[in-house]
Ligand binder design. Structure first.
Ligand code: NAD
Length: 341
């Protein structure tokens, strides 16, 4: 029997996870919950997802707009084996008591603190620890991206220290209230919270990060510098390692891919849904080693890179698959995560 998945919060992340769940053959969407009867609620109904109202006394607002609502959040919880909480940062923590009381498994997103589940997840790093768990946090888009490339490099060559700068998008494409519009805005908290967040997944890594926001909506960008333990490592070794790592893809200037703009264009040309880039593109030319220090650039499609991780987390927590590699391969095959170039 398929695992029954409920999505609480059907926004940027929630709608992508719902679609990704629908593409798997061992899980299904039993409902999604929304706070207001907007265009995303209509999308849920158009996709055939049963719609629930997250706030009980707003059910009539949905019905007044002709939207069929099955019930409230408690009804969705009753229908679900697992809830994927995709509400805005901080709301998931408030919902956690409700999930625990109802005895339903729950996945939270990166807008929550590690403490919400006392376990922070990345498929490649700690899938086995998620097996059978009741509560898990899938880390943020930036932390997921950092874990995807740092973990295999650490495993094969050893890392003394990571220094990385997050060049962050001002807002998601749908967010007309975010910025900056014409400025570069540094995060004055130095180091930024991203390093400690990576350590919730890979505890024995030394990492400091800084962050700036720039006027773009399509992707984040990371400039990474790593002091390697293995002094004989060559750029070709790193290229080979990253080529063999799932959900990491190498891109090159030789193909005219010189910025995040062309990466999104590749995703459009590949007919990816919503031009999603689930994998982390790393620029081949940027992989340079100087005096034992590795440099590289990577891009992050913030709206979608955490989606495959959520699917694997569902599979691990509900004991659908014990083997991480098998889950990763199954998720990626069903998403049609094929090379874009
Ligand atoms: P979003 O605002 O696009 O979507 C949130 C959804 O939750 C909306 O549909 C909203 O109506 C609904 N909602 C609001 N309050 C609610 C409540 N009390 N109960 C139920 N639903 C409620 O946000 P998002 O970008 O999808 O972010 C969701 C989570 O994913 C956050 O933790 C965020 O930090 C994390 N995340 C976001 C991104 C990103 O770039 N957008 C990337 C990775 C992780």
């Amino acid at each position: 029997m398929n695992c029954k998945v409920g999505i609480n919060g059907f926004g940027t992340i929630g709608k992508r996870i719902a679609d990704a769940v629908s593409l798997q053959n061992d899980m299904e969407i039993v409902g999604v919950s929304k706070t207001s009867p907007n265009y995303e609620s209509k999308l849920a109904l158009d996709r055939g997802y049963p719609l629930y109202c997250a706030i009980p006394d707003r059910i009539s607002e949905f019905r007044d707009k002709g939207m069929d609502v099955e019930g409230d959040l408690n009804d969705l919880i009753d229908e679900s084996d697992i809830i994927v909480d995709c509400t805005p940062g901080g709301v998931g923590a408030k919902n956690s008591e409700l999930y625990k009381k109802a005895g339903v498994k729950a996945i939270y997103q990166g807008g929550e603190d590690h403490q919400v589940a006392d376990f922070s997840f990345n498929s490649l790093v700690n899938y086995e620890e998620a097996y059978g768990r009741d509560q898990t946090r899938v880390v943020s888009c930036n932390t997921t991206a950092l874990c995807r490339t740092l973990y295999p490099i650490k495993k094969q060559y050893g890392i003394n220290k990571v220094r990385a700068t997050m060049i962050r998008r001002g807002g998601d494409p749908k967010q007309d209230n975010r910025g900056p519009i014409n400025a570069i805005k540094p995060k004055m908290k130095v180091p930024s919270h991203h390093g400690p967040d990576v350590m919730t997944v890979i505890p024995d890594i030394e990492i400091d990060t800084t962050a700036v926001k720039v006027p773009t909506t399509i992707m984040h960008f990371h400039s990474i510098n790593i002091e390697l333990k293995n002094k004989n490592t060559k750029p070709e070794d790193i290229i080979k390692t990253l080529e063999e790592t799932p959900r990491v893809t190498l891109v090159t200037e030789e193909h005219g891919i010189e910025s995040t703009a062309q990466i999104i264009e590749l995703a459009r040309d590949a007919n990816r849904p919503r031009n999603d880039v689930w994998e982390i593109p790393v620029w081949k030319e940027s992989i340079v080693i100087k005096n034992n220090e590795l440099y590289y650039f990577q891009a992050v499609h913030q709206e979608s890179d955490v989606v495959p991780e959520n699917i694997d987390a569902i599979r691990a927590m509900t004991k659908l698959e014990k083997n991480p590699t098998k889950s990763i391969q199954k998720t990626d095959k069903n998403l049609q995560l094929n090379p874009m170039i």
